[in-house]
Design a protein around this ligand. Structure first.
Ligand SMILES: [Fe+2]
Length: 394
């Protein structure tokens, strides 16, 4: 990427974050609805902290922090950079207020653009690129975290009339068959673009048994059939931990499904508010446990992340509406080594007790989709735009 392209990309990413919070009030931006979700104000500050800490602190001559307190308040999880404010208590950070956080963004933007006016520096520019990708990840979290917050409001208000929501997919399901064989997995800089997170490599070969994969994600209509067939009441469909999770939460439907009585039609809450269930829209906001149980009920299984990537390279259809849970535990590829220093904490240290999701969702910012992208969440996490696509052995 040229210097001017990097600057344009940086400005575009920073503006998109502000566009996503534009429909929110200062109060919307403050509150933390659960320990896993962060206030929008914290996202605004933390993404700025990332540029200040990883770029300005290292490369700006005579660096002075914007506010030394921010170093702890807005550090998410980087132990090498010192202490962090506890994640479940991010909503208690009432100061700085929203206006001061927006001023922090403006100040860091100005300093970063001044730095980028100097001649290119590959280490610096790579970190600016990483900071942009990092901010795009938080852009999606802003929407999923706000959605969770608004789901707890008694009126379940929408975020905005034009907010993203998964739309109907093709009604008929085709099975796409794949022969057994070796396949290359992971980011290839010669054909896949110049950026990937470290967890998308090293590129390596994997042998796949013959399999077939569905031409579209599972729909809300199919999920209704699963519920009607006792999906949430039949322990034989669930893994042991998943069944415990169903019982403990008394779960009988996806996170944002609601109905006024047991014989009333279902509605689904989303960023546009509560809308009638759409049988052809992909099911979303489901946990890995639910995805796994549904696949078993359907006489299928979740694809491995390698099957997904292999199929995607030959043209998997109807991706990009919901992240697709895979059967693959999140771990390092063969010979994976995190980068040295604090930035090495970005992905590698989370490779335990999580599952990989592939694709991308309606909340994923444009330009942030990659065939090799590995999103990851714990198996009980429901609040993302997460769905599933079925696969079967051949
Ligand atoms: Fe972050």
């Amino acid at each position: 990427m040229t210097q001017s392209a990097l600057i344009d990309h940086f400005l575009q990413v920073r503006a998109e974050t502000l566009a996503r919070v534009a429909p929110l009030s200062a109060e919307d931006c403050q509150v933390q609805s659960m320990p896993d979700a962060s206030p929008a104000k914290w996202h605004l500050a933390h993404t700025t902290w990332f540029f200040e800490t990883f770029v300005l602190e290292r490369f700006e001559p005579g660096f002075e922090p914007h506010d030394p307190v921010f170093r702890t308040l807005f550090n998410s999880y980087y132990q090498a950079l010192g202490p962090q404010h506890p994640r479940p208590e991010r909503g208690l950070i009432t100061r700085p207020g929203l206006a001061a956080v927006l001023a922090y963004r403006t100040a860091v933007d100005r300093r970063l653009l001044a730095l980028l006016a100097h001649r290119p520096d590959s280490a610096r520019d790579a970190l600016v690129g990483l900071g942009c990708q990092h901010e795009q990840q938080h852009q999606e979290l802003i929407l999923t975290d706000v959605l969770h917050l608004l789901s707890l409001h008694p009126d379940r208000p929408g975020c905005a009339a034009e907010a993203p929501m998964p739309l109907a997919v093709a009604a008929d399901l085709q099975w796409q068959q794949h022969e057994p064989g070796w396949t290359w997995i992971g980011h290839d800089p010669t054909t896949d673009g110049n950026f990937a997170f470290d967890n998308e490599g090293p590129r390596h070969r994997v042998f796949l048994q013959p399999y077939e994969i569905a031409s579209r994600p599972v729909t809300q209509g199919e999920w209704l059939d699963f519920i009607a067939d006792g999906g949430y009441r039949r322990p034989e469909l669930w893994l042991s931990l998943g069944w415990d999770w169903v019982q403990a939460g008394r779960r009988d439907s996806p996170l944002y499904w609601q109905r006024s009585a047991s014989d009333a039609p279902w509605s689904v809450f989303g960023l546009r508010g509560v809308l009638p269930l759409d049988r052809q829209a992909p099911v979303s906001q489901i946990s890995w446990f639910e995805a796994d149980a549904h696949a078993r009920w359907a006489g299928a299984r979740l694809p491995s992340e390698f099957e997904w990537e292999h199929a995607a390279r030959s043209g998997l259809a109807q991706t990009g509406q919901v992240w697709e849970w895979t059967a693959s535990p999140y771990s390092g590829y063969p010979r994976y080594q995190p980068a040295p220093g604090a930035v090495g904490e970005y992905n590698g240290k989370f490779m335990c007790n999580q599952f990989v999701l592939r694709g991308g969702s309606v909340a994923t910012p444009a330009g942030h989709f990659r065939l090799t992208y590995r999103n990851f969440f714990p198996p009980a996490a429901q609040w993302q735009f997460s769905g599933l696509r079925l696969a079967r052995d051949v």
